[in-house]
Design a protein around this ligand. Structure first.
Ligand code: ZN
Ligand code: ZN
Ligand code: ZN
Length: 157
């Protein structure tokens, strides 16, 4: 890796207030920066954040992925990058992959909410039960009234 490659790389970043090194060069369609450089007169293009990790932190073993702790895909600050297995990485991006809910419960037995505006949205069973329980706790009086009314109606039938 020649120093001119590093100079080119550094000329394409802008340090933001949050400490992110925002990539100002070309980007892949998914928002990750791409960094092209010459090795023995051959042009190589790599994801800029992977290049940064490799340059300052070390090799990226095959199959491992780089996660942005700052959640900014265009960031190439090596301190904001974390090496993760594919499995661990998935857990951090549940909305994209939907294997787990926001709070990390398995979505394997989730159900699809077909009511109202949320048609087709997958809901986590554990979180849903918990939110019902919380609602009941907050609305104890109302729940008791509902139960009384229900019993009354049954008795009148
Ligand atoms: Zn960052
Ligand atoms: Zn990530
Ligand atoms: Zn959940």
């Amino acid at each position: 890796m020649s120093e001119s490659n590093l100079a080119v790389f550094l000329s394409k970043i802008e340090v933001s207030e949050s400490g992110c090194w925002d990539w100002r060069g070309a980007k892949f369609v998914d928002g990750y920066g791409n960094h092209s450089f010459q090795v023995n007169n051959v042009k190589i293009t790599r994801a800029a954040h992977r290049w940064a990790y490799w340059k300052w932190k070390g090799e990226i073993p095959a199959g491992m992925e780089i996660h942005h702790k700052c959640r900014n895909r265009a960031c190439v600050n090596p301190d904001h990058l974390e090496l993760l297995t594919r499995e661990d990485h998935r857990k951090l991006h549940p909305s994209k992959l939907q294997d787990v809910c926001k709070r990390g419960h398995s979505m394997a037995d989730s159900y699809v909410d077909k009511t109202g505006k949320r048609i087709g949205r997958r809901c986590c069973r554990v979180c849903m039960l918990e939110s019902v329980r919380r609602w009941q706790e907050k609305n104890k009086e109302r729940v008791l009234t509902m139960q009384r009314e229900y019993r009354l109606r049954r008795a009148l039938q």
